[in-house]
Design a protein around this ligand. Sequence first.
Ligand code: UGA
Length: 341
Amino acid sequence: MRVLILGGNGFIGYHLTAHILRETRWEVRGMDLGTSRLKEFLGHPRLKFIRGDIRKHRALVESLVRQCDVVLPLVAIAVPKVYVTDPLRVFELDFEANLPVVRACVRHRKRLIFPSTSEVYGMCPDREFDEEKSRLVLGPISRQRWIYSCAKQMLDRVIWAYGFQRGLDFTIFRPFNWIGPRLDSLDEAKEGCSRVVTQFIAELCLKRPIRLVDGGTQKRTFTYVTDGVAALMKIIENRGHACTGRIINVGNPANECSVKGLAFMLRRMFLAHPNHRGDRKVSRIIVVPAREYYGEGYQDIMTRTPSIRTAKRLLGWRPRIGLREAIKRTLDAFLAENEGP
Ligand code: UGA
């Protein structure tokens, strides 16, 4: 099997590449703008990595698609701060730049595994989001945050239509707040441009206040990345074509936590870590309005819990890593990488 991972240096791309190279005999073709996460694998005999930009190197991407059996286009901006400050960049990369990859899969009859997002469900009121039944509820156009959700939803629909009309072999998966080592970098967090878990860890390291947007009562369900990758591996294997033409939530409904609960848990774990026991200065936990933190174009999602019935049934998969363990492993990896032992 030869797997093409566009965005192989991103959070999911890196973990998936590492897993494939360590645990299988498959070959990986990877492409990304940078190599910061993937460095340790660059000389690997089964990884052919090309530095490149899917927006510019269209012919190269097309030829890579032709050479591979399965294509995962994982290139996307997935940070809410950017949805609000630069919505056009989100549209251009997440939608426009990915559409030609989808079409190349149609032309060359390759299997496409596309990363949708938990965000497509938006403000859906269902207790658990169901791939087949839940409504996708977005806010007004002036709330730019929704451009990401909308761009991903449109691609989900285009891919679905290619399956319906042209026989494209695809699976769409929806990650629900995957976390783990190398989620985002310290530099991204310094700019306030990372996802909540990394952002809070970085604030603790920098002794800056942890800011709870609008009080932090909003909840997320966090999925440890090894659980997510285990599901992805089964989707790639696609035994009995069970996943073809399907949309699959990949999340951990048992790992629900409010943003406020997350802040207190992380601060406790941080102060219990050998590097920080006895720290004199400790981050305060404060409340800031969303308008101040993100700007006018933001709107939040108060609960986001996946139904994982489809994943259990089609993949025979279930998540294993509980909330505390997932958060602790993510914290320990971040401190080891940025501070050393
Ligand atoms: C994320 C991102 O859109 C994507 O990474 C992804 O597609 C999706 O969710 C997912 O992984 O399932 P979200 O969970 O809203 O969206 O993003 P975070 O930046 O991680 O924020 C989570 C919550 O924490 C939000 O309610 C946000 O307002 C809050 N937050 C964030 C704070 O209270 N303080 C901060 O410093 C940062």
